[in-house]
Design a protein around this ligand. Sequence first.
Ligand code: CO
Length: 169
Amino acid sequence: MRAARPKVAAGRPGGGNLAVNRLASVFELIDHVGVAVSDLGRATSLYEGTFGMPVVHRETVESQGVEALLLEVGDGHVELLRPLGPDTAVGRFIAKRGEGIHHVAYRVEDIDATLATLKESGVELIDSEARVGIWGSRVAFLHPKATGGALTELVEPVGGDWRDRGESR
Ligand code: CO
């Protein structure tokens, strides 16, 4: 059962925690869950082959030290991440914790405004400015210390929804 979530506009008189209310209205949906894997072929055969999720994008992001594969599931995605080497963020993650869920990413319409709101609210950020993520999106990470240990990413897809880009595998 889904609890009704009041959407309260910022500045509502007596609205209580305005920062929280504002954020509830800008986090659109879970864009993707990032999963760290050491064998991309094996993971792909599970997610694409067995689970039937279509692969919509594949990209090597040297700056982040990963080969990423994006699979579509409903309105969201799974992002499989294979580290390019042991001395990368995802490589160190796997060495320390093993394969598994690496981060959760929320889609936002305006990442600059969202980051400004988060800063105002005192949320610790890894990226205080958005940077380029996969598929030309703009992304920023929140510090896991600020989010109960869950590495959290914000994604502003270029041109709105991924589906609007007319690209395919
Ligand atoms: Co991601």
